[in-house]
Design a protein around this ligand. Structure first.
Ligand SMILES: *Cc1c(COP(=O)(O)O)cnc(C)c1O
Length: 401
């Protein structure tokens, strides 16, 4: 007899390490902006695998490109050249204006690479081994030890102490707090252009400009984590492009491959020429032909489908609808975000609202305990926003009123 969804869930809990409190659903397939569970239940998806599946599910051209690459070659070592990686790096350079690309397997690994780049850059200048990085409170950069060390949430770090060390924390958008942490050993200032997990806080233009000026003055690397806010989510390919301020190093991942495990850290020519050299860094899978074929197709489809234009119009619409909802219900205390990266702040934990929405066929996710985060596929329509708002309103009425 076929197993039921609940039996699969029970089995999962008996074999997988329990590091996630999972929602009680087994997703089986996706179509556009909808997910289907294994019993045929349909869900409007406003999570997209946490800002990953930007183009929606079951995109024919994307799937065909991957199948074609699988039949050619999936993997070769980075000791050889492969055409998809060359093409993907060229395209990524073109949309970012950065000069050098290193492909990784995840976001956290891209952050690790950025940290190593900063330390090596500073080491080549003065030969010291005590350089410091300034990161932000409420930041999130991933779960590996280096990325965790720059993550501004003590709760995530504490059980795994000691961290890599020489990390100082400041407050996003409080330039004086950054200045207070600068020493003659500071090698980099790292932050998310829009903080994601920490609560959807966009950096202000003033803060970006002041950090840039400080970094120029003291030859400190400005490093932006664009893993969640990048790849079109704010209406620009990378969120920093709204500000006319360019970083020295940036990270990307999540939507970069739209579902295959790939990230990257990128840098300017100046940093590339004075940091990591042959033998300094590597990754067996990093930038293999399969994932790079995905990156190539993703960037091609972004252009072909004018994804950024859709984010700007539908993002503005989503913002208006969320503002209207916030005005209607006193349990919503704020709306924050840019484009299709939005957060609604509640006066209470949002778990019950998210679970209720799920039971009505809408997938949402939190950011912290009190914030509902909206990071839908970038191809959603206004009608999808209306559909989402209608369900969310029912859930808010059910839980908050
Ligand atoms: C998700 C995320 C990461 C970590 O990416 P993984 O692929 O999960 O390692 C790092 N930084 C930001 C801003 C993220 O949102």
């Amino acid at each position: 007899m076929d197993m039921t969804m609940q039996q699969y869930i029970d089995e999962a809990e008996s074999v997988l390490l329990h590091t996630y409190n999972r929602y009680q659903v087994v997703f089986d397939r996706g179509e556009g902006v909808y997910l289907y569970d294994m019993e045929g239940g349909r869900y409007l998806d406003f999570v997209s695998g946490i800002a990953v599946f930007a183009l929606g599910y079951h995109n024919r051209e994307y799937n065909d490109a991957l199948k074609e690459q699988i039949d050619k070659i999936i993997h070769t070592s980075n000791y050889y050249y492969n055409r998809p990686a060359i093409e993907a790096a060229k395209k990524l350079k073109a949309v970012s204006g950065m000069d050098r690309v290193f492909f990784t397997n995840s976001g956290a690994e891209a952050v690790e690479g950025a940290i190593k780049t900063a330390r090596k850059y500073a080491y080549l200048k003065d030969g010291r081994t005590d350089h410091e990085i300034i990161a932000m409170e409420h930041s999130f950069h991933g779960r590996t030890m280096g990325a965790l060390s720059v993550t501004g949430n003590a709760h995530y770090r504490e059980p795994f102490e000691p961290m890599i060390g020489h990390i100082r924390f400041a407050a996003l958008n409080d330039f004086d707090s950054v200045l207070a942490q600068v020493t003659d050993r500071t090698c980099a200032i790292l932050f998310e252009t829009v903080q994601g997990e920490g609560g959807i806080y966009p950096a202000t233009e003033d803060f970006m400009r002041k950090v840039r000026a400080l970094c120029d003055e003291r030859d400190i690397l400005m490093m932006l984590d664009e893993i969640q806010c990048g790849m079109g989510r704010t209406g620009e390919m990378f969120a920093w492009q709204r500000y006319g301020v360019k970083p020295d190093v940036m990270t990307t991942a999540k939507a970069l491959g739209c579902g295959v495990p790939v990230g990257a850290f990128l840098m300017t020519e100046k940093v590339g020429a004075h940091s990591l050299e042959a033998g300094d860094h590597g990754a067996t899978y990093g930038g293999n032909p399969l994932v790079c074929a995905a990156v190539c197709k993703v960037l091609e489809l972004y252009e072909k489908q004018d994804v950024l234009a859709n984010v700007r119009t539908v993002g503005a619409y989503l913002e208006r609808q969320l503002d209207a909802l916030a005005a209607e219900y006193p349990c919503i205390t704020a709306r924050r975000g840019v484009g299709l990266m939005q957060g609604l702040v509640f006066d209470r934990p949002v778990g019950d609202i998210i679970r209720d929405a799920m039971s009505r066929g809408l997938v949402l996710i939190n950011a912290g305990t009190d914030i509902i985060r909206f990071v839908p596929p970038l191809v959603i329509s206004r009608e999808n926003v209306d559909e989402m708002i209608a369900i969310l309103r029912q859930s808010i009425r059910e839980v908050c009123c």
